[in-house]
Design a protein around this ligand. Structure first.
Ligand code: MN
Length: 310
């Protein structure tokens, strides 16, 4: 059995951002706010040794630039204090004030070099913009220089997409059941076609939910895209070179098999997506998944330790 379990998409809300972004209704916000009680209890019950924590969506992405800079710093300082209080259980990804891209790059550097953070988490679009927009590339330049990964997390689909795809439909498909995955899959594929990986050939991106169906669709996307545009490398080359995937909220043996086949086991890391998903649901699943003990160990901890330099 795995000697250590590290989960890397586990959320919290800092007091500063909760007040600015407004609390979520219901018990989820209580869990996001709780840094030591329920969080640690759930980690213990699920057998999770270390949680790499990240600010809850939308973090500081949709605020005016000056407010975003101040509150992302406050969030990261708060997270740093929480990690110091529980250094054996918590690590962290930085929240970035992307409405001010140069400040976001500087904040990433401060968090990595001064606060010991392991990378950054980008919460989907920023004020409706995808991060492949060149104005955000200072963040990728800095992540490359620091050699830390950027985790691309879902955000809700843009209002125009929600209207076109879901407005006339009674079922709630626009969030986690479908919309979040569409948003993040689009985000990751846009990064490849934007050319950002030609500019930053060692840039490392993490995506949750076993790649939001990317491993399943890589062949088709590549086959059809290469008829329409020329890139220096093949589409799947970019994906397999620059992307790491996590299991957050996607506990399916057949999806895991597809991800491992396309990407190689060394590109898959364990994550739960607490508090939206139950810790024990994730650990029980992976402990029983039909893979070798060596692969299980890599997914539970070894790959994260290597990529995040833990
Ligand atoms: Mn999440």
């Amino acid at each position: 059995m795995a000697s250590q379990i590290i989960a890397i998409e586990e959320h919290f809300t800092s007091p500063a951002l909760r007040d600015a972004v407004a609390p979520r209704p219901g018990p989820i916000q209580t869990m996001l706010d709780d840094m030591a009680g329920r969080r640690i209890k759930d980690m213990d019950e699920g057998g999770i040794d270390i949680a790499v924590l990240s600010e809850n969506n939308p973090a500081a992405h949709n605020l005016p630039p000056d407010k975003s800079v101040a509150l992302a710093k406050a969030s990261n300082d708060f997270l740093h204090e929480q990690i110091k209080a529980n250094p054996t259980r918590f690590k962290g990804f930085a929240a970035l004030p992307l409405p001010d891209p140069n400040a976001a790059a500087d904040e990433l550097e401060r968090c990595v070099t001064k606060l010991g953070m392991l990378g950054a988490m980008v919460m989907g679009t920023t004020q409706g913009n995808f991060i492949d927009d060149k104005k955000y590339w200072p963040v990728f330049e800095r992540a490359t220089k620091l050699d830390v990964p950027v985790y691309i997390h879902p955000s809700p689909v843009k209002p125009a997409v929600a209207e076109a795809f879901f407005k006339d439909h009674a079922a709630p498909l626009s969030g986690a059941p479908l919309g979040f995955g569409l948003e993040t899959l689009t985000h990751t594929f846009r990064l490849i076609t934007s050319g950002v990986f030609d500019q930053y050939p060692t840039l490392k991106i993490i995506v949750g939910h076993l790649g939001e169906a990317a491993p399943y669709t890589l062949w088709r996307t590549e086959h059809n895209l290469e008829k329409l545009m020329k890139m220096p490398k093949s589409f799947s080359d970019y994906y397999k070179t620059h992307f790491w995937l996590t299991t957050s909220g996607a506990f399916s043996n057949s999806a895991l098999a597809c991800a491992m086949t396309e990407m190689g086991v060394e590109r898959i890391m364990f994550a739960v997506d607490w508090p939206y998903i139950n810790n024990a649901l994730g650990t029980k699943w992976l402990k029983a998944a039909p893979i070798s003990e060596k692969d299980r160990e890599l997914i539970f901890a070894g790959n994260a330790r290597k990529l995040l330099k833990m």
